[in-house]
Design a protein around this ligand. Sequence first.
Ligand code: ARG
Length: 461
Amino acid sequence: MSEKPWSGAFTQPTDEFVEAFTASIDFDKRLALQDIAGSRAHARMLGRQGILSEADVEAILDGLEAVREEIEAGEFPYSVALEDIHMNIEARLTERIGDAGKRLHTGRSRNDQVATDFRLYVRDEIDAILAKLARFRAALVDTAEREADTVMPGFTHLQAAQPVTLGHHLLAYQEMAERDAGRLRDARRRVNLLPLGSGALAGTTFPIDREWVAQELGFDGVTENSLDSVSDRDFAVETASACSLVMAHLSRLAEELVMWASPQFGFATLPQSFCTGSSIMPQKINPDVPELVRGKTGRVNGDLMSLLTLLKGQPLAYNKDMQEDKEPLFDALDTVRGSLKVMADMVPGIAFHRDALRKAASAGFATATDLADYLVRKGLPFREAHEVVGKAVRHCIDHGLELPDMDLATLQGFSGVIGEDVYEVLTLEGSVSARDHIGGTAPDQVRAAVERARRRMEGEG
Ligand code: ARG
C-alpha cells in the first residue's frame, strides 16, 4: 500500500482488478519524454523562483536525465501499481535521488501535468504529420507535372462526363491535402499553449512563473483559466477532426486507385511492392495498400467520435474520464501518419496507362458539352444547343458511333450552323486545352498550377 503516492488517507488497499482497470501506464508511457521535459522545466522554474533549493533542482535534473536514459534504453521498470507515467517517473526519480525527488511535485498536479504532456505530444505529432503531408503533396505535384498532357475521362456519377487531364485530376488531391495541412496548422495554434500552473483545478499558492515555463517548452503562451486548462480537450477533438478529413481525402484517392488498377478500368498499375497476392487465385495482384487506407478511415472517424462523446457532459473540471482521451488520439495520429507515408511512397511508383485513359475518354460522348459550347459560339442559345446535342448523342447511341465519327452532313442535319471546324472541338486535346483559365483542366493550366502549388509549399517552410 505504501507504494502509492496518494495512499495517506486510505485504510484499504486497492482491489487488484481496479488497480489494472484504472491504470493508464500501458498507453501513457508514450508521454514519457514529454513528461520528463515538463518536469525539467517545472523544476528549473521552482529553483528560479526560490521555491526549491539549487541543490534540489540540480539533483532533480540529474535524476531525470538518468531516468530518461533508462527509458530510451528500454530498461525502465514500468509498474501498473504506480498507475500512470507521471507517478512511474516520479517514483523512479525518488528511488534514485531520495528526498529531492519528493519535492518535484510542489505547485503542480497530475491534472495540469498530463494536460501539458499531452499537448507537447500532440504538437510534435502534428509537426510530423505536416512533414508527411508535405511529402505526399510533393509526390502528387510531381506526378501531375509528368501527366499534365495525359487525357482521361472526367467523371460525374462515375460516368464519363468531360475529358480532363490526369495532372488536373491529381492536383485536386493536392488541394485537399493543402487544406488538411492548413487545418492542422490552425489546430496547432490552440494546442501549443501551456496549461501547467493550473494545479489540480484552481491554480497554486506558490509564486510560479508560467510564462518562463511556456518559453522553456516552446509553447506560444499560457492558457488563461485553470479550470478550463485541466479539463479542456477540444484541442484533441480538433486534431482528430483534422485527421478524419485527411483520411476522408486519402480514402477517396485510395478508392480511385483500387478502381483504376482493376482489369475492368485498366488505367493504372500499382507498384508490386505495394500489392499482395492471393493464396488461392494465382492471377491476383491485389491493391491492398489503398484498400487498407480506405478501411482505416473508419477507425479514425471512430476515434473522433470517441473523443467528442468523452467530453460531452463532463462537469468541470478534471474527471478521470479524461484518461480515455489518449488512446483514440494516439490511434488517429498513428493511422494518419502511416497512411500518409504509404501513399506518399506509392504515388511516384504508379504506372498510368495513357492509351487506356485516352480510349476511355474517347468513349461515352465526353465532348458533348464542347459541341454545345460550339453551337453557342455560333449563335444558338445554350438550352437549344443542349437539345440539339442531345439528339446527336441519341443518333450515335442508336448507330454505335461516337460524336467525331459522324460525317459533316450528318452533323449538319442536327443544326445548319455546324461547319468543318466542329471537329476541332470534338477532339480530346481540343476539349481540354479549351478550358484554359485558372482552375481549368488545360495542360498549360496544370503546369501553371503545379508551379503555384510548389511556390506555396516553399512558403510554408
Ligand atoms: N493518468 C491520468 C490521466 O491520464 C493523469 C491524471 C490523474 N489525475 C487524477 N486526479 N486522478 O488523466
